[in-house]
Design a binder for this molecule. Structure first.
Ligand code: XLS
Ligand code: CA
Ligand code: CA
Length: 439
């Protein structure tokens, strides 16, 4: 059965095409620095936003009109798998991502949930035999059900800890079964509301223990996916334990997990943390911790996780700049953890949204590569730090000086000569690159 009957395969038509259902900039086979665009960008569709989201918000019911709405229970789960593979195929996207609860309904018992999952996983596996679409990552939803009200791995209840562990254990087995390249942990309820009822030390220690057990089990079953922590500062809890990359990295180091985990960085989570998207990518990259990306954007006027499709080309350019400097994303990719707006309720909007996101990242990629090739940013930065390449600066970097020698140097100084940071000059240059690239 077909679900998107009126949609044909989405093709690349170039920047001047008038066709809405076509890529203007994303050309999978185009080579960027010798590598295919598709292989650098590694786009993924988020099952939850595209196949299970109903577009409800705290003030109103769902508005989404989906061709699978007439089904329920396991029939609905199966219809979504069929629709999903038709969608991947028509969009020409190489990867997908899901939570356990996205693909199969939870049963009355954990056993029944497993049974539902097994049935759908077998169906997905069958589809994968005739499709090139691969699993980028899967994850366990350990935050929606009321049992996780006080947390999952950081719950005050050991039974809930065990339940969460069982769901992750199953998730790792599913990831292995479907050939997942990475495995994600987003700690939706791993945080706290108030210290008045919280043993923070025990909760954090337990979280560390949980990750160790997950990693050990993955190794035991031979699942060699890249493990990823996804930081988010708040929402749903007021204090999430993995606030941002910097605090997440400190957590991983503290618990001896930094060799086994990297980060899945979401743009909207970065901005919620008061950072730019590129800050989080950069922080992870310079510590060799950049694993994957949840490609979306927040709304500049709203202080919550709006998960919009990424259309800000300035932001996608700076993000791709970091990803190229990282040498790509390895076992990660660009997962569209993004949902259409509540007013964009037609099934066609799902295609338009992904086309917008894919084109925006394709432009960002080309622009970032050009900026790198021409040394636009790199040259400015190396000139700016030139004082550390010779004289006292070199001694500082090489560790051959000390406070006494530095004081002697300072005492011998006349007026210190500082150069401009050239911010406006570089921004004008980037605008010039942006506006002339497709001429
Ligand atoms: C929620 C998160 C979530 C993770 C996966 O804000 O972005 O969707 O990506 O659990
Ligand atoms: Ca996310
Ligand atoms: Ca989000």
């Amino acid at each position: 059965m077909a679900y998107f009957n009126n949609i044909e395969k989405i093709n690349y038509e170039g920047p001047n095409s008038n066709k809405d259902m076509a890529f203007k900039f994303y050309n999978p086979d185009e080579k960027i620095n010798g590598q295919r665009m598709e292989d650098i960008l590694k786009f993924g569709v988020a099952y939850w936003h595209t196949f299970t989201e109903d577009l409800s918000d705290p003030f109103g019911a769902g508005t989404a009109q989906r061709p699978w709405d007439k089904f329920s229970g396991m029939d609905l789960a199966k219809a979504r798998v069929e629709a999903a593979f038709e969608f991947y195929d028509k969009l020409g996207v190489p990867y997908f991502c899901f939570h356990d609860v996205d693909i199969a309904p939870e049963g009355d018992s954990l056993k029944e949930t497993y049974k539902n999952l097994d049935e759908i996983v077998a169906m997905i596996k069958d589809y994968q035999k005739t499709s090139d679409v691969k699993l980028l990552w899967n994850t366990a939803n350990n935050f929606s059900h009321p049992r996780f009200v006080h947390g999952a791995a950081s719950s005050n209840s050991a039974d809930v800890f065990a339940y969460a562990a069982a769901k992750v254990k199953k998730g790792l087995e599913i990831g292995k079964e479907l050939g997942g390249e990475s495995y994600v942990f987003w700690g939706g309820r791993e945080g706290y509301e108030t210290l008045l009822n919280t043993d923070m030390k025990l909760e954090m220690d337990n979280l560390g223990r949980f990750f160790h057990m997950a990693k050990d089990y993955a190794r035991e079953i031979g699942f060699d996916a890249q493990f990823l922590i996804e930081p988010k500062p708040k929402e749903p809890t007021s204090h999430q334990y993995d606030f941002d990359v910097a605090s997440g990295y400190a957590f991983l180091q503290n618990y001896g997990l930094e060799k086994d985990f990297k980060f899945n960085i979401e743009a909207n989570h970065a901005t919620l943390a008061g950072h730019t998207f590129e800050h989080e990518l950069h922080y992870a990259r310079i510590h060799d911790m950049l694993g994957s990306v949840d490609a979306n954007q927040g709304h500049p006027l709203l202080g919550w996780d709006t998960d919009e499709f990424p259309t800000d080309i300035y932001s996608t350019t700076l993000a791709m700049y970091e990803i190229l400097k990282n040498g790509g994303l390895g076992k990660g990719g660009l997962n569209f953890d993004a949902k259409v707006r509540r007013g964009s309720f037609k099934a066609d909007d799902l295609f338009h949204a992904h086309i917008a996101g894919m084109d925006s990242f394709a432009v960002g990629l080309k622009l970032a590569q050009k900026l790198l090739d021409d040394g636009v940013i790199e040259d400015l930065i190396s000139a700016r730090y030139d004082s550390f390449t010779h004289g006292i600066g070199k001694e500082i970097v090489e560790g051959t000086t000390d406070f006494k020698k530095l004081e002697a140097h300072a005492l011998g100084l006349g007026d210190i000569n500082l150069e401009s940071g050239s911010l406006e000059k570089i921004k004008a240059k980037i605008n010039q690159y942006m506006l002339t690239m497709y001429k």
